[in-house]
Design a protein around this ligand. Structure first.
Ligand SMILES: N[C@@H](CCC(=O)N[C@@H](CS)C(=O)NCC(=O)O)C(=O)O
Length: 202
């Protein structure tokens, strides 16, 4: 299978899941502005939405949406325990986090990337994010990972989007539990390998 990605984008989340799962996969970088893959293919022919991530399975099926691809990877490798079993109460808890991360953090940060977003709106976005970071910090408490002692795909996703605060130079000093969490997740060998493969770590 092949993961289409852009360095540091939300595709890092399924990328981390694939490495944590120990699966074999290929990576192909996408130029999001040109909508071309590294090998020169038209990316819209792979994902008509033009965004990453997309996971092309060996039978040609293309899966999209970061949180769904990560769940596919987790369910394909139950021994890695990257997600509780589908249908379990714990799985709904994980899906609550995945949906929160996708809609409140991933898409919540989105306007800060756009040079066309008016400054006043950026301030509103930052205030909403601050409230979400307060909640995240409270929920995390002294746990090493979002759902407890064990790393799950929700951690790979949350790390990916919180990592953007570094690129955007958002001050995270108010949330030491979140900065410690980011460092904890970043230190995992699979996360380091994914960052390295994307040219984001040495
Ligand atoms: N709903 C999608 C959103 C994916 C997304 O926002 N991808 C961004 C990078 S993080 C992207 O490729 N943006 C370029 C574009 O939309 O043209 C998901 O959850 O996977």
């Amino acid at each position: 299978m092949k993961l289409y990605y852009a360095p540091g984008a939300c595709s890092l989340s399924p990328h981390i899941a694939l490495r944590e799962a120990g699966l074999d996969f290929d990576l192909e970088q996408v130029d999001l502005a040109a909508k071309k893959t590294r090998s020169g293919a038209d990316y819209r022919a792979i994902n008509p939405l033009g965004y990453v991530p997309a996971l092309q399975l060996d039978d040609g099926t293309v899966m999209t949406e970061a949180s769904v691809i990560a769940q596919y990877v987790a369910d394909a490798t139950p021994g890695a325990k990257l997600a509780p079993p589908a249908g379990s109460r714990e799985r709904y808890g994980l899906q609550t986090w995945l949906n929160f991360i996708a809609t409140e953090i991933h898409k919540g940060i989105g306007p800060l990337w756009k040079p066309t977003t008016p400054d006043a709106y950026k301030e509103t976005v930052k205030q909403t994010l601050a409230a979400r970071f307060d909640y995240l910090s409270e929920q995390l408490g002294d746990k090493p990972y979002l759902t407890g002692d064990r790393f799950t795909i929700a951690d790979g996703y949350l790390f990916t989007v919180l990592n953007w605060t570094n690129f955007l130079k958002l001050d995270m000093a108010k949330w030491p539990k979140l900065t410690a969490y980011m460092a904890r997740v970043a230190a995992r060998p699979a996360v380091q390998a994914a960052l390295k493969a994307e040219g984001l770590a040495k």
